[in-house]
Design a protein around this ligand. Structure first.
Ligand code: RBF
Ligand code: MG
Length: 137
């Protein structure tokens, strides 16, 4: 399980990809370390632990379906390993500062580089469909 806070990312998710992700700065990863996690796409269940900004859409009592990217985003040549989350049921909301918990349940695929932007977006779209079809809450 990953405990952390939603922080500002590279601001590419919404703008370039149309796939807004929340970047997680973790305070605790129970069971392993970030470096042990194989870079790739995963899915799991996400919970908000706080609603400091009083968003109507945040419900602290329910789990949210989540697709994760853990890795270096080779397409964008990042050099640090990050945890990014896409919430299937929500679009384009800024949840900065909220504390969250993530239970990663399944691995979808290894992180890869892509020849072009379209292939990257297609791969992420398939990840989201895979997760949406398989997560039962
Ligand atoms: N970036 C990559 O360079 N390679 C990947 O294989 C990759 N897989 C991703 C899978 C998911 C489910 C998500 C949400 C993102 C993925 N990204 C990948 C990250 C993408 O490049 C990133 O969201 C943007 O750089 C915005 O920070
Ligand atoms: Mg982001």
């Amino acid at each position: 399980m990953i405990k952390g806070t939603i922080v500002t990312g590279f601001k590419r998710g919404s703008k370039f990809l149309g796939i807004p992700t929340a970047n997680i700065e973790y305070s605790d990863i129970i069971g392993c370390s970030l470096l042990d996690l194989i870079p790739g796409a995963y899915y799991g269940v996400f919970k908000f632990k706080t609603n400091k900004n009083n968003y109507d859409l945040i419900n602290l009592d329910i789990p949210y379906k989540a697709v994760l990217s853990i890795g270096y985003n080779p397409y964008f040549e990042n050099n640090i390993k990050t945890i990014e989350v896409f919430l299937i049921e929500y679009d384009g909301l800024d949840f900065y500062g909220e504390e969250v918990e993530l239970e990663i349940t399944n691995f979808i695929r290894c992180e890869s580089n892509f020849d072009n932007f379209k292939d990257l977006v297609t791969a992420i779209t398939y990840d989201i469909i895979t997760a949406n079809n398989k997560i039962y809450k």
